[in-house]
Design a binder for this molecule. Structure first.
Ligand code: ATP
Ligand code: MG
Length: 356
């Protein structure tokens, strides 16, 4: 029996509701597969911890996570705690401290969920966006000079390193290679930004040599938004900078039908540290406690976690169960249904139990 140590951090808002749902589905999978066991440790970090102790997590928080095989994360953010405290106090120190440089965001139109694009259904939109998660436009480097004066200048410096770009490019090519279509689109803005972005294009061409069986092309980020909307079938795997992929993945989520179904994995591909798996959505205090949060994004990220741990069959079984349930129209209100979080979770667990 294979044992995996999982750190669960439900944190704020609907985070605890969707993580509870995710853990139920994972338990059903454990029982169905019978080949692995998840040893889950719960951490009560987040905004409530901040209100009691003045910090989102203890100072040795990252150290305590180091020995785990993966982190299963809910959401952070609370109406009465500033965003920079919630984000920089918990999520970002984990991403950065564990050098989770590949942010992997699969998007597809699930059965039973309508895309706002006419005529686009399951199979027509099936992408994975790879976001550079460690440098680029979010380097934090920059400043303000002559504050408040007419000559004031603000700079926001994007830092791209050969090491950083090469490693994300290699990750993206490898991922594209593992998917049936072996298709990669590299997104930059190298017509207008003539330094770092041109370096991205050059490194893409270099890394492409290592993957002769992957078909790849380059797109400018502005044209990319039109292509995603007008020709979704022409895309498969996509790699982009921290900022560009941030924007494109919101578009992707909207085109796939809802924020409530979008997962994300923050991966350390070298496996020096635990990787972190979470739904893309935030704490959604407007629906917290109502029992109607959509658990699908969390199921999907749980599948990403299983795949990362090497349990590909369990990951596939979970996604098959989720797609059977959405396809049967058992949906939460955000995607047009009437079911509660628990109802969706129960039928997903039942589908897992009954699967071949
Ligand atoms: P945060 O500040 O943590 O990002 P937020 O409320 O600003 O939180 P989200 O939590 O990402 O932003 O949600 C935006 C809207 O989408 C919310 O108003 C919520 O109703 C809806 N939403 C998000 N996630 C879900 C979900 N899993 N199920 C149903 N609705 C959701
Ligand atoms: Mg938000």
């Amino acid at each position: 029996m294979q044992h995996y140590k999982i750190a669960a951090i439900p944190a704020d808002g609907i985070g605890p509701e969707v993580i509870a749902a995710g853990l139920q589905a994972l338990e059903a999978l454990e029982r169905r597969e019978g080949t692995f066991k998840l040893d889950v440790t719960m951490f009560d970090w987040g905004s409530d911890h901040y209100k009691k102790h003045g910090v989102m997590m203890p100072a040795d928080g990252p150290d305590r996570l180091k020995g785990f095989d993966a982190i299963f994360f809910g959401a952070v953010g609370a109406p009465d705690v500033p965003d920079h405290i919630t984000l920089w106090g918990l999520r970002l120190p984990i991403c950065q401290g564990f050098d989770q440089y590949a942010n992997v965001r699969p998007t597809k139109v699930l059965p039973g969920i309508a895309s706002p694009l006419a005529g686009v259904g399951p199979g027509d939109l099936d992408w994975v966006i790879v976001r550079e998660n460690s440098e680029g436009e979010y380097s934090g480097i920059g400043g303000r000079a002559h504050r408040g004066h007419p000559e004031e200048v603000g700079t926001e410096v994007a830092i791209f390193t050969r090491t950083g770009v090469t490693r994300i490019m290699r990750y993206a090519f490898k991922l594209a290679q593992s998917r049936p279509r072996k298709l990669l689109t590299v997104v930059t803005k190298s017509n207008a930004q003539r330094h770092g972005m041109v370096m991205w294009d050059e490194i893409a061409a270099e890394v492409a040599q290592e993957f002769p069986d992957v078909t790849w092309d380059k797109m400018l980020v502005d044209a990319m938004t039109a292509r995603m909307t007008l020709k979704p079938r022409s895309l498969d795997t996509i790699v982009a900078t921290n900022l560009h992929a941030d924007i494109l993945s919101d578009l992707a989520g909207a085109l796939a039908g809802s924020l409530g179904v979008a997962p994300t994995a923050n991966i350390d591909p070298e496996r020096r540290y635990p990787s972190m798996f979470e739904p893309i959505h935030g704490s959604a205090f407007d629906i917290t406690g109502k029992g109607i949060a959509n658990p699908v994004a969390t199921f999907w990220t749980a599948a990403q976690m299983l795949a990362h741990l090497g349990e590909a069959a369990a990951a596939a079984r979970l996604m098959q169960a989720v797609e059977a349930v959405t396809g049967a129209g058992i949906l939460t209100p955000d995607v047009g249904g009437k079911a509660t979080t628990q109802e969706v979770t129960d039928v997903v667990c039942e589908a897992i139990r009954r699967s071949n």
